[in-house]
Structure formats: structure tokens, C-alpha cells
Design a protein around this ligand. Sequence first.
Ligand SMILES: C[S@@+](CC[C@H](N)C(=O)[O-])C[C@H]1O[C@@H](n2cnc3c(N)ncnc32)[C@H](O)[C@@H]1O
Length: 331
Amino acid sequence: MLYVEILGNLPEMARDEVKAMLELGGGEIVGQDYLFLKVDASEKAFPFLDRLGLTHEYGDLLVEADSVDELLRKAREVEWPIEGTFKVDTETMANCRHDVPDLPRKLGAVIHAQGFRVNLSKPDTLVRVYCGERLYAGIRLRFFDPKDFERRKAHHRPFFRPISLHPRVSRALVNLTKAQRELLDPMMGAGGILIEAGLLGLKVYGVDIKPEMVEGAEINLRHYGVRDFELKLGDATRLEELFPGKEFEAVATDPPYGTAATLAGRRRDELYRAVLRSIYNVLKPSGRLAIAFPTSFDGKGEAEKLGFNMLGHYYQRVHKSLERYFYVFEK
Ligand SMILES: C[S@@+](CC[C@H](N)C(=O)[O-])C[C@H]1O[C@@H](n2cnc3c(N)ncnc32)[C@H](O)[C@@H]1O
């Protein structure tokens, strides 16, 4: 059994991102305790879990219990797969129902009794305890270092535009499409979504109506080592003409939210409807679209009119004047 600890700011989106990766890698979420997911999957799922954006870490789940005493009793029966030294680290989630301050010391003693050495400053193995409704203990296999994503934030890119999603969110949008070969962003801006897709080894296609964005996105993609791309100057409402005969496996995009400059002279809702239609036309059957719209636009209704099926939508308040949904649609 595995565990995945998702991030707390977009928890439903994070959970569905894990689900999408398990659909590709084999496995399923079999339980949830706040931000802790219990996952039934084998090592074959690791390359897909390694793609995750809205996840803190994943690992091997070894013990589950309803009390501290039960956890310690079960921990004595486990053969702890520890390499080198270890440390016990507790995650007290907001719904924690148990008295855990002393638990790291007690569990550390149980594991130490099996012959393993503690190293609090630089352990080789991290034993993680989660406290929620229940208690869980396991071994961290992969930590998603925030610094890896931070260095791709908009202001660290050589071509800087402030209108950009956080790289973790861009990564999640890519994953929610379940893309395995390629991805199109028809309103790519500075290329934030395409960078995340390209780093996963996908071929990326991008379109923007502004020449400086097409140039800037290319500079950014090259800067992060993405080489397999095709970028075009053009209109996201006319994708059929830009890519004649092409059907895309997946599309992810973050359209402009409303200032006259970013809408390039169009009325906002008309632009959104036309973009949705054009994406539908170039998406292959069963292909997925991940897209953001302000809450004032009926994304679900408009997409369903075209034949899309909504798989999920996730609310985010960005600031006082911008609230949006991230939608996942299937053709
Ligand atoms: C919110 S930005 C995308 C930001 C991008 N995700 C990033 O990380 O940099 C929206 C982009 O849509 C572009 N755009 C606006 N109308 C368009 C249209 N009709 N066709 C293609 N691109 C368009 C704008 O030029 C802008 O760069």
C-alpha cells in the first residue's frame, strides 16, 4: 500500500490529479483522511506519481491504527525497510484526533529496537507519521521540493509576464488531461503550462495571438531545456486552420480574464465560447481539456452545449476581483 500527501490549497483538484495519474500508471485511491490518501498501486505507478504537481510527498504505507497504543503495537510487528539511519517525523493534520507530541520518540524507540540508528539532522530514511481521524506510519519515497517549482515561477523566467499560473497548478492541469504524448496550449502566453508539459517529455504545441508571446514562450521553453515544441502565431478561435487535419491528444489552457489588452479587442464571453468550440474541433475523441474560466462565465453549460462532458471543476479565489474555476472536460 502507498500513501500520497496532497497539498491543501486546491485539495479536490490535487486528489483528482492523483486519480488521473493512477489511471495511467495502474492503481486507485482506496481511502482518504483529509490530505492523506491511501493508494493501492505498485511500483509501476511511480513514474506517473513522479509527475504530480499538487502533492507534497508519497511513500510506502506500513501501519494504520486508531490509537497511539495500537500504532506502536503494530509497528513492533513490522519489519521496517530502513536503509542507513532514520528519523521519525510527524504530520499533524488539521483534523488530528490523537495526542501525538510524544509519538516520534516512542515510535523511534520501537524502530531503534530493531537495530536501526537514529540521525535527527541528516537521516537516510524518513519515517512519516500522519495524524488525522486515524494514525498512519510509513516511509517517504519521494518528496516534491517546492524549490523545484519555485524556480519556474513567472519572475524567474527569462521572458517575464505576470499573467501566469503557479507552476504546480500548471503541472496539475497538464496531468488532469492524462496527456502521454502531446499537449496543446492555444493561449500559451509566456508558456507556463507548456514548460510543465515539456518537462514531462510531452511534445508541446502552443499558440498566441501576440508575436511577443510566441517569441517569449520559445525563450522560456529553451531556458528550461524543452526542445520538442511547435509554436505558432495565431488565433485560438481558428485552431482548425492553424493545424489542418491534426487531432490533439490533450489541451490545457489559461485564457485571459478580462482586461482589454489581453482579450485583443474581443468581447470576453464570445471569445471563450469561440475558443471552446475550436478546441473541441481539434481534440481527438475522448481527449481531455483542462481550462480556467472566471466564475462569472458558465464554463460547464457552454462546454456541454458543444458536446463536452465535465469530469470535474475546482474553485479558486485568486483575489478580490478574480474568482475562477479550473474545469476538466472530455470530448
Ligand atoms: C492568461 S495568458 C496565458 C498565461 C500562460 N498560461 C502563462 O503561463 O504565461 C492568456 C494569453 O492569451 C492570449 N490571447 C488572447 N486572445 C487570444 C486569441 N484569440 N488567440 C490566441 N491567444 C490569445 C494573450 O495574448 C495571453 O498571452
